[in-house]
Design a protein around this ligand. Sequence first.
Ligand code: GLA
Ligand code: ZN
Length: 672
Amino acid sequence: MDRKLSRPFILFGGDYNPDQWDDETIDQDIEVFKKTKINTVTLPVFSWAKLEPSEGIYNFEWLDHILDKLDEAGLSYFLATPTSAQPAWLSRKYPEVLPVDIAGRKRTHGMRVFFCVNSDKFRERAAIIAGKMAERYKDRPGLIGWHVANEYGTYCYCENCQKKFRSWLKERYKTLDELNLRWHTCFWGKTLYDFEEVVVPTELNDDYRFNPAVQLDYMRFITDSTIECYENEAKILKAATPTLPVFTNISGYIKKLDQSKMVSHMDTAGWDNYPWPTDERSFPAMKHDIMRALKGGESYYVMEQSPNQQNWQPYNKLKKPGEVRRLAYQGLAHGSDSSLYFQMRQSVAGQEKFHGAVISHSGRTDTRIIREFTELGGELEKLGDQFICGKADSRIGIVFDWNNWWALELCSGPSKDMDYLREVHRYYKHFYYNNYSVDFLIQDVDYSKYKVIVAPMLYMMKEGIAEKLREFTRNGGILIGTYMTGYADENDRCIYGAYPGPLKDVFGIWVEETDALYQDEYNQIHEIDDDSCSYKCSFLCDLIHTESANTLAVYERDFYAGLPAVTVNSFGNGKAYYIATAPDYEYLDKLINRILVDEKVEPVMKSSGEIEIVKRIKDGDEYIFAINHGNERGIIYIGDNHYKNLLTEDQVTGTIDISAGDVMVMKKGIDK
Ligand code: GLA
Ligand code: ZN
């Protein structure tokens, strides 16, 4: 798809559910859109029941009428197929569309995103409604793309899924012998003599824990089934409007489906960003960077954020003044071409009646949120299309993989606290807080442009990954690996011959045992040339032997006191660091900074205070985003270069202040 076909502005607006309102309210909404410079809405996400009140009877007139109004107002819109909420008649007439949950319970109608992705009847009816929409609306002037369904991610364990799972396995493994081998069914007497004996991994079948190899394949199978379900609609939309992007919005809980595989079937990535108030600011930044990687570094869309509080958290904090703006720019900085929100007007009732919206129940426009949106909308309009489609330019990569994530967290042992995202973030945040740009290395990307690659807990050695990391290091790269690396193959079968498996010689060590620490327990490490300074470490402690590696730090406590905790190995022209435990922030910061200085990897810019600094490059032009997340003024060290602050038109150079909570978008060069 040619991304240049996108509108020449940052998409600003979001989910609009006007099927809840009368005409007068819709007119008021449109006035608010004009005032706030909202230029894009997404609709009708959940309106299947209204569009098809009974099987084969359609009612599109109300939507035509709303689209007429949007077109008249010059608004852009993503049209969503309404298929994530099937009508009650569909569930009633064809109960096969309702999912069976992991406990084996057939669920009743009532939720949204609550259907069996493998139901033929669901797919048949979904394709028909998608086709009707495509035919009817393909030439609408405001249409900028298609948003298929909403936040896929339902796991179903029905008989039909079981049947399809068996076929999927037959296709993947061909013979039962192969399946038995890959699943190691001889353990606990689970040998299969017929594909019909395969059962889906529900809790009802749980004898202690279901075989993780089966669960892993089920997660792959549900991802593939969801892709088929998506494509069932997407191909119809694509045929009707070949130049428009077709995609879906990824839920912020990104683990459920292999998003890299999902997005490889889409024109672009889009996701819903709902950070928790307790999240460190580096956490949503990391998810943005993961999203940017899904299409190999191309820009993506933030499809939803909250204009204010959530309703589904235990305590729903208001967004602080300026927070919406900072989160919007955080997305734009990391590679988004949009800042879209759920939802435009607060629902009068229903499950999300207390979820924040641009227009609240008061209906008034003299609110804090509308004031903030108006200011933000004005700024985004002013920025135009300057950095749209702009890319990052990173020398640091972090290996990230969904299958690895699933397999790690399916493990029984060594610790129940296995949390891949937390461990990836443990490393990511050192780069983030020091203003280094990071690319996530998800698909089969070329590693040669990177100087430093971190592969946190790379438990699963997928085909080719060990060779790629070996080549990267041999050619002069710096590899950083951790505990839980090099354990298993793609079927979660452990690799004999000591961990980290095929990377043993790259790291120059081998792991004999791994100790798990309680949540409130810690060990300590110190560097071997400085025992005056100890650092806490937690989570896991590998007991390793060095072969060719040098020891940098050792444990201080327990029976393994004195054993290596951090090592470095020269390998070819590069080096491989092995971090055998989870050291505290201070130690990792020291180690990583030392590595980056040695390797002459430069931050985007230096700053002091709680400033986030990110770069996007478009057509050779450099845009720097500076976001002050703190309550104090911060300082940015620009040096001799000259930039123009696009929000204020000021020229900046040298050492400059950024006030508390403020944002700057700077373009490099002297403005003539
Ligand atoms: C999700 C959904 C929206 C809405 C928001 C807010 O991301 O896609 O429909 O429910 O959450 O909770
Ligand atoms: Zn099913």
